[in-house]
Design a protein around this ligand. Structure first.
Ligand SMILES: [Fe+2]
Length: 157
């Protein structure tokens, strides 16, 4: 499944409301907002990393129940809209999760390895009940800018 535009992406992110992981005190929507907010604080200049944080769990709503596949699903869904770097960061957050910091797959990711670990660390920290991480609409303009730069949708051959 590939996203066709920012509105569709926003709808999916909204659809994360109320989706809960056993043992996680926040739902998937709040987790996404907190991940993105932590990255905005820690890496304010890296908008694509922040966006990767916002969308990294979308696979969980694209195919509920298939948790091992979710990083790949999310990555492929956003690639046509948000570009290769967001694609690779989202994909790598899964490898970082599976293999841990410093594991071979992350090292093999080369220049993106550090960014992927930063994403993973934000993911790990983004489970705080009651933390004010803003609202989804705060991200719309940035998503539209990223899509305007990277989207291959609608391109004329
Ligand atoms: Fe996450």
């Amino acid at each position: 499944m590939e996203l066709r535009g920012v509105d569709e992406l926003m709808d999916l992110l909204s659809g994360c409301r109320g989706v809960r992981t056993p043992g996680d005190p926040v739902d998937l929507h709040e987790h996404a907002l907190q991940t993105a907010a932590l990255l905005r604080r820690g890496r304010p200049a890296d908008k694509e990393l922040q966006i990767a944080g916002l969308v990294h769990e979308l696979g969980r709503v694209l195919r509920p129940g298939d948790r091992p596949a979710h990083p790949d699903l999310a990555a492929h869904a956003v690639r046509p809209l948000l570009g290769d770097r967001v694609f690779r960061l989202v994909r790598l957050h899964g490898l970082a999760r599976l293999h841990g910091a410093g594991g071979t797959p992350v090292e093999a990711a080369g220049p993106l390895a550090e960014d992927a670990l930063t994403l993973r660390q934000a993911h790990d920290a983004a489970h705080v009940p009651g933390l004010d991480a803003g609202v989804l609409d705060d991200w719309r303009t940035l998503l539209e800018l990223c899509a305007a730069r990277h989207s291959r949708l609608g391109a004329v051959d």
